[in-house]
Ligand binder design. Structure first.
Ligand code: BEZ
Length: 401
């Protein structure tokens, strides 16, 4: 635990000790939680339900609820009360939105979000209030790095992880000169940073790092410059609506025939229908793929399709796994969420049997997971191979002490 918010920390610890009476140490939770168990557990969903990342937020939300419904609709025997905020992927509104959920709605857990800039604001508010938070997408490094905390978990990825995997694939192909292109915010910088780490380690170099402000989609000037610089490969970080447009514009600019386009899987996940033929054959790296041969995925995909009417993608998987992790923690303390230490310990040692394949969390609470190489075939990001096995983020600067 950091020294940050010491008064409240002490209150939590004292309450926790009084509540457990040392019983947890003896391996059981006492019956006196019966009264507390009757109150509902409040979940605060803070996700983008509108804007460029709307579909990402929607898939996370619906898959989260699917997992809860499949497992009895309760957490640790307690009913759930839901609060929801559309964060619109708008960083300046991030702190106010998180504060609404914590102060006005008095949520027990924050679930969110997608955009790394909004996540940074949420992270600060969660730390100020010591609010339990599970991140179902945003990959910003601070969440499991310099601003990590015992009560902050992530079930998705760090932005560095898929980027690093593609850098390795690109270097192994023998490509030497790359251009990176992205939106100018933390996720883009960290994703292209991961690509650069592996690509330069494998003998490649970055000719130029290009960026435009989020969520702009005017790519033409940069595509013209790429054509004149003639790199061996272009690595692009875009997601949601921006990814759909970028891939179409890349093909329309005539670049696809001469310069391979690669990226983290966000470039094609959930947007293949919108991209149409432009996405055909695109190779990306991610912690999820279509056609993974595991029982959890075989159960999940038809269930998600039935519940949402849409095909599963990585965002849906992350929402599903977020609920799984939360349930593992709350069930372990039989709904007594004031027994934080025990809840955290249970979550830390949980192995999630995810549709992406089984994974566990690092000491800083980020998934240690396989990164897959995928290739677009029809409307699927088809599994090709494991690009990097059990990849952990460097998690620089995290101290839980
Ligand atoms: C991010 O902002 O961290 C992010 C957004 C969409 C996809 C992947 C990462």
């Amino acid at each position: 635990m950091t020294t940050h918010g010491t008064t409240r920390s002490r209150r939590f610890i004292l309450k926790g000790l009084a509540a457990t009476g040392g019983a947890a140490a003896a391996g059981f939770v006492p019956a006196r939680f019966a009264i507390g168990q009757q109150a509902k557990i409040k979940l605060g969903m803070m996700l983008p339900y509108s804007g460029t990342y709307a579909l990402l937020g929607k898939n996370i939300d619906e898959a989260f609820r699917l997992y809860i419904n499949e497992h009895g609709g309760k957490l640790g025997g307690r009913e759930i009360e839901w609060a929801q905020v559309d964060d619109q992927s708008d960083p300046p509104k991030g702190a106010d939105n998180a504060n609404k959920l914590i102060t006005r709605d008095k949520v027990d857990f924050l679930i969110g979000t997608v955009h790394s800039g909004v996540q940074m604001a949420m992270l600060k508010v969660a730390r100020d209030n010591e609010t339990f938070m599970i991140i179902p997408n945003a990959g910003l490094k601070e969440a499991t790095g310099a601003l990590c905390a015992p009560y902050i978990f992530r079930t998705s990825f760090s932005n560095w992880q898929p980027g690093f995997a593609m850098g390795k694939v690109a270097a192994d192909r023998g490509w030497k000169k790359a251009i990176t292109i992205t939106w100018d915010y933390a996720a883009g910088a960290e994703s292209t940073g991961g690509f650069k780490d592996a690509f330069t380690k494998g003998g490649g170099s970055i000719m130029k790092a290009m960026a435009i402000p989020f969520p702009q989609v005017e790519f033409q000037a940069l595509l013209t410059e790429i054509a004149s610089l003639k790199p061996d490969v272009v690595f692009a970080f875009y997601a949601g609506g921006g990814a759909a447009k970028f891939v179409k514009d890349y093909v329309a600019a005539g670049l696809r025939t001469n310069i391979p386009l690669v990226g983290p899987g966000f470039l094609t996940d959930g947007v293949l229908e919108a991209q149409g033929d432009a996405a055909k054959g695109l190779e990306t790296t991610l912690h999820y793929a279509d056609g993974l041969d595991n029982p959890a995925d075989k159960r999940f995909r038809p269930a998600f399709k039935k519940a949402s009417g849409r095909d599963a993608d990585c965002y849906a998987v992350q929402g599903y796994d977020t609920a799984a992790l939360l349930m593992a923690g709350v069930d372990a303390v039989k709904g007594d969420i004031k027994a934080r230490k025990e809840m955290i310990a249970a979550m830390e040692k949980t192995e999630i049997d995810s549709p992406r394949g089984k994974f566990h969390l690092s000491k800083s609470h980020n998934p240690v997971q396989d990164m897959y190489l995928r290739k677009v075939e029809g409307l699927e990001n088809k599994y090709v191979s494991v690009a990097v096995k059990a990849l952990a983020d460097p998690d620089v600067g995290c101290s839980m002490a």
